[in-house]
Write a protein that binds this ligand. Sequence first.
Ligand code: SAH
Length: 215
Amino acid sequence: MNKIFEQFVGLFEAENHKLNLCKFEGRKEFFARHIMDSLECAQFFSNAKKVLDLGTGGGLPGLVLAIQRPDIQFTLVDSINKKCTSVQEMVKTLALKNVIVKCARAEDLAHDPIYREKFDMVIARAVAPLPTLLELGSGFVRRGGVFIAYKGPKYAEELPTAKNAMAITNFDLEKIHHYRLSGLDIPFTLLLFTKNRPLNSNYPRQNGLPSKKPL
Ligand code: SAH
């Protein structure tokens, strides 16, 4: 493990005690399960300059990717204040210059002209079912940009439920990327969507509708 990732894992472990962000079964296991998983989408960044991590929690995958790619500007969004404070502390300790932490609900932030459809790429891991995720994500992805959803083996059941959401949010499924993580017998999947047209200004809907009444 290289030094800065080692430092990140130590910081994450300390924050995890306070916030209970995820199961922590040891540093080596955390590296294999969470760091390697976070890094999996970096191969699709091509020439992205601005990336938004939707529902970053304790900084996964966005902070890990920001460590690896100092040339890309990362915006890490979460609605829970204490998680954002923790992530901001980690950013400061790691002296990362390419990270902005924003505490907000995605359905509100995506209507702010500074954030609306401004990102080359939006990524989300373990945040919501696909129809909800696409509605929230489309608010941030620029036309021609890409949305990447981290999904497990159940992606095949989830994809058909997202047909309507894809049509409304103007996403086309571009690629299904399968991968494995060492020591784990589970197939993991990244779903890549490209955005073909701007999002109608009524979306994402507010007042929790993207999750309460998914498209
Ligand atoms: N991506 C992290 C965290 C997953 S937990 C990981 O892989 O470990 C999901 C996170 O998404 C939570 O921290 C939650 O606060 C955040 N979240 C869920 N819905 C959100 C919304 N509408 N806007 C902003 N953050 C949201």
